[in-house]
Design a protein around this ligand. Structure first.
Ligand SMILES: [Zn+2]
Ligand SMILES: [Zn+2]
Length: 353
């Protein structure tokens, strides 16, 4: 399947980011991304969608989204990523269910941003988790958000100094409580698509006399991204390409990866049962037994989970598993990077029914 890599949560000077739309796109090209979705806070920006070319003639597809939250709340929790909708729907921000329904009615997708957070240091102590779980009909959740992870990792002065000079040491894996929350949602029988993003703002960091611009857009775009598996190569015609990206996200034909650990292009999780085939995000009707296959471009600690529990594990490039049990199967892969094991790949599930 053709694979494209992109980032679906980032900020520009249109809200609280430090880079212009063009600077952000140029950084994404340098980091090797195929597409980005701008998601500035509570603002609908027009006229930025389409292919954008840098000075070297390299191209990237730019799409529009927003990150909407109710700015009256203290702290401002419930951040909703609204992709593919350009209308200003901030008047609905106080009612998450109404907002979700309105986005979907306009042909958009919704993901709960950084659904669970951990406190950082100083001003970053504030947390913006998702609290209104009494909702339905959303597309999925953000499983891994680089800046949420960074905020927690830099929670003391010593950690902040180390993190400022050695950003490679910082990222670990999605928080176990976010993985557990996802498994809990999946156990209710709903399909919940996961994505992973940078949440890039590229702010500078200061600690006493120390002032450093860390976590640049380019660096962040080399970290947590979403890899999409397409049925056909990405079209050059914008509305067609947009529809391909929309469909891959809606169906969960995608996986989350920390590309800093290693490039995960080519990673696959597939299933077959009788004459039926399935890829991540798909439902696989069970005919007596099903075979699930993981194939990794590099050796990794591969874990196959069924209903949130590990059922098979190996350190290799492949894992094949036969099962006669229905349920939700998903994959996690870990690899060593700068001395310790990090989360690398987290796939959307195959739903064996
Ligand atoms: Zn947010
Ligand atoms: Zn954000």
């Amino acid at each position: 399947m053709p694979e494209i890599v992109g980032n679906l949560h980032l900020h520009t000077t249109a809200s609280d980011g430090t880079g212009s739309h063009a600077e952000v796109a140029a950084a994404a090209i340098r980091a090797g991304l195929d597409f980005i979705v701008y998601t500035d806070h509570n603002i609908a920006v027009e006229g930025v969608e389409g292919w954008w070319r840098d000075a070297h003639g390299r191209e990237i597809l730019r799409l529009m989204g927003q990150e909407i939250n109710d700015m009256q709340l203290v702290p401002e929790y419930n951040h909703l990523l609204c992709h593919f909708v350009a209308d200003d729907l901030n008047n609905l921000a106080a009612d998450p269910q109404q907002l979700i329904d309105a986005i979907h009615a306009r042909g958009g997708l919704t993901f709960l941003a950084h659904p669970l957070e951990r406190p950082g240091m100083g001003a970053a102590q504030e947390m913006y988790p998702w609290l209104s779980w009494d909702i339905s009909g959303y597309t999925g959740i953000e499983l891994w958000n680089t800046m949420t992870d960074v905020k927690w990792q830099l929670r003391s002065k010593l950690r902040a100094v180390i993190g400022a000079y050695l950003p490679y040491l910082v990222l670990t894996a999605p928080f176990p409580e976010v993985l557990a929350k996802w498994d809990e949602l999946l156990a209710t029988g709903q399909k919940v698509v996961v994505i992973g993003n940078s949440d890039a703002h590229a702010m500078s960091f200061s600690l006493g006399p120390l002032r450093r611009k860390i976590y640049s857009y380019e660096f962040l775009f080399r970290t947590v991204n979403t890899h999409l598996l397409l049925a056909e190569p990405l079209a050059h015609e914008v509305s067609q390409a947009r529809r391909q990206i929309f469909e891959a996200l809606q169906l969960g034909h995608c996986f989350v990866s920390n590309d800093l650990v290693a490039s995960s292009r080519g990673f696959s999780f597939s299933g077959s049962s009788g004459d039926r085939q399935a890829s991540m995000g798909d439902t696989l009707p069970l005919q007596e037994t099903a075979t699930l296959r993981i194939a990794s471009p590099l050796p990794a600690r591969l874990r196959l989970l069924h209903q949130g529990r590990v059922v098979a594990e190996t350190t290799d490039r492949e894992l094949t598993w036969q099962t006669a049990e229905r349920g939700v199967y998903r994959v996690e892969a870990y690899r060593y990077y700068w001395g310790w094991q990090r989360g690398w790949v987290f796939t959307n599930p195959i739903y064996v029914e």
